[in-house]
Design a protein around this ligand. Structure first.
Ligand code: KG4
Ligand code: ZN
Length: 346
């Protein structure tokens, strides 16, 4: 039988514990401290760390109960050791080490961002030999090429400034929407005209493409939205909120999907996975699905509950590396807030 892997996620504000055997998910329990951060308009690292400490044991117990398992059944422990907030990572990693030592089982420190893509194996099965993944969230926007059935990861591109979700949150704040603004901007965008305002598409001009073919940039777009709103306010005009949201969302989805689909064609890859909390965005989902289909791609987007931060993504990646015989991490493995995206394990 394949090993039973316990996965622990604590990179940001979600404490997640999950159990996976092979590519089968047996339990996935998540506690979030988002409510404690909302009034600050952003994640407060110290608050997040303390919340992980309080949530870990109840989350672990709930996951074991749900899977009908005990700690003695666990064959390996996986934990996200980066990238993320140092204090938050430290809580989950310390818990994982303690469990690995107490159970006498291997410990796998794994990469959170790679987990955002590999969680799709729980839904659509193992990756083919070569897979492209776009990981988009409040913290990351990266284009990853998986080769050797996922053993080798190359980062083809990333955002040079804001992540896609972060840009949505900032535009949400400009428009006075509650934090996090992303889902609110999405909802309003559905009522607006995406062609109303010609917002810029960064890094798509020929001279930028030569240097940043697969990179993204959203901070200039956010500034363009701010300027556009200011100019209307100065003129005493009403802001057409839905049109602003729709035109902004279209600019983001257009660049993300165009560069990702071009990367698939240019690398001869026909399977595309979209992961991370921002893959909830309806403008991106619609555009990447339509353009992907037109390009003959198999576009895999896991259900939403697997896209936001959770333990299942870490257990899925832990299970993949344990299955494929990757060496376990040392027990003194450290956390790495800016872990390289080419490192699948620590
Ligand atoms: O992956 P995630 O849950 O946490 C991070 O690791 O960042 O992603 C959350 C981010 C937030 O910025 C949130 O505003 C954004 O994703 N987001 C959305 C939508 N749902 C979540 N942005 C736009 N449209 C959405 N529907
Ligand atoms: Zn994440």
């Amino acid at each position: 039988m394949e090993p039973l892997v316990l996965g622990i996620e604590s990179t940001c504000d979600e404490t997640g514990v999950a159990l996976v055997r092979g590519t089968e998910l047996l339990a996935d329990v998540t506690a979030s401290s988002m409510d404690e951060h909302a009034r600050f308009g952003g994640i407060v690292p110290e608050v997040a760390s303390r919340a992980h400490l309080q949530a870990f044991l109840p989350t672990l117990t709930a996951a074991l109960d749900k899977a009908g398992a005990t700690l003695d059944d666990v064959d390996a422990v996986a934990v996200a050791t980066g990238p993320g907030l140092v204090g938050s990572l430290t809580v989950g990693t310390a818990a994982a080490k303690a469990l690995a030592v107490a159970l006498g089982k291997p410990l796998y420190g794994v990469n959170h961002v790679i987990g955002h893509a590999v969680v799709d194996e729980l839904v659509h099965g193992e990756f083919p030999e070569r897979t492209m993944a776009l990981v988009v969230s409040g913290g990351h926007t990266s284009l990853l090429l998986f080769e050797d059935s996922g053993a080798t990861v190359t980062e083809l591109g990333h955002t040079l400034d804001d992540a896609a979700g972060e840009a949505f949150d900032k535009v949400g704040r400009l428009l006075g929407l509650p934090y996090p603004g992303g889902p609110h901007v999405d909802r309003l965008a559905r009522e607006g005209n995406p062609q109303a305002i010609p917002f810029p598409r960064a890094l798509t001009a020929p001279k930028d493409m030569a240097k940043h073919r697969y990179d993204f940039s959203f901070s200039g777009l956010k500034t363009a939205v701010a300027r556009w709103i200011e100019a209307r306010e100065d003129a005493g005009e009403e802001i057409p909120v839905a049109d602003v949201c729709a035109s902004f969302a279209d600019a983001v989805a257009d660049v993300l999907s165009a560069k990702t689909i071009a990367a698939c064609a240019e690398h001869g890859v026909t399977t595309l996975v979209v992961g991370g909390g921002f893959s909830a965005n309806s403008q991106l989902r619609d555009l990447i699905a339509a353009r992907g289909e037109a390009a003959g791609l198999d576009v895999r987007i896991p259900p939403l509950r697997f896209c936001t931060d959770n333990g299942a993504m870490i257990a899925a990646l832990g299970s993949k590396v344990a299955r494929t015989g990757v060496e376990a991490s040392r027990l003194d493995v450290g956390v790495d807030s800016s872990m390289s995206l080419t490192s699948v394990t620590a």
